[in-house]
Write a protein that binds this ligand. Sequence first.
Ligand SMILES: CC(C)(COP(=O)(O)OP(=O)(O)OC[C@H]1O[C@@H](n2cnc3c(N)ncnc32)[C@H](O)[C@@H]1OP(=O)(O)O)[C@@H](O)C(=O)NCCC(=O)NCCS
Length: 167
Amino acid sequence: MDDNLIELRKPVPKDGMDLFELVKRCPPLDTNSSYCNLLQCDHFSDTGVAATQGDQLVGFVSGYLKPSDCQVWFVWQVAVGEEARGCGLAKRMLRSVLKRAEFNQVRYLETSITPDNEASWGLFTSMARELQAPIEKTVLFDEQQHFKGRHKTEYLVRIGPFNSVSE
Ligand SMILES: CC(C)(COP(=O)(O)OP(=O)(O)OC[C@H]1O[C@@H](n2cnc3c(N)ncnc32)[C@H](O)[C@@H]1OP(=O)(O)O)[C@@H](O)C(=O)NCCC(=O)NCCS
């Protein structure tokens, strides 16, 4: 897929169901309810990004500014359709959000990753390198303690502090 033909923009509510379908075809991501995806595209539009080619949604980053600390952008999910992988789209989407004027005060990127998600570790390790920032890993939600054994441990990955990202 030609990366130059992929446009990035803030999500709109009409993207909600396409996001639901995109996440479904991006294992190991957990699917959310379509209602949750609609909220991500509406209330959290300023802190997320949609990547489209023509009328097709090929990538998405959902996230929010942490309610207890507005210096932290918490990335909820990154999804890139198989057809668009390997051309730098995930990193381009993350960068595009960090460049927004309203992100001037953001100094940390946080996300959570399960131990077996190599692509995700690869993506965020690479992002930390690009931001020239330290990366720390701690347990966020434990398999037994929080998930009652039904989900692998989610590690909190914290990148930062980094300088504001410019155009
Ligand atoms: C993870 C995912 C978002 C990567 O998308 P992508 O557009 O192909 O990623 P990029 O091309 O921007 O690659 C970014 C970095 O991640 C690394 N990476 C990407 N896929 C990788 C993989 N399968 N294994 C190891 N590293 C990987 C790349 O090497 C690159 O690092 P570099 O620039 O230093 O070489 C995509 O594979 C995906 O949607 N997977 C399923 C959902 C998922 O696991 N999401 C995880 C985040 S919540």
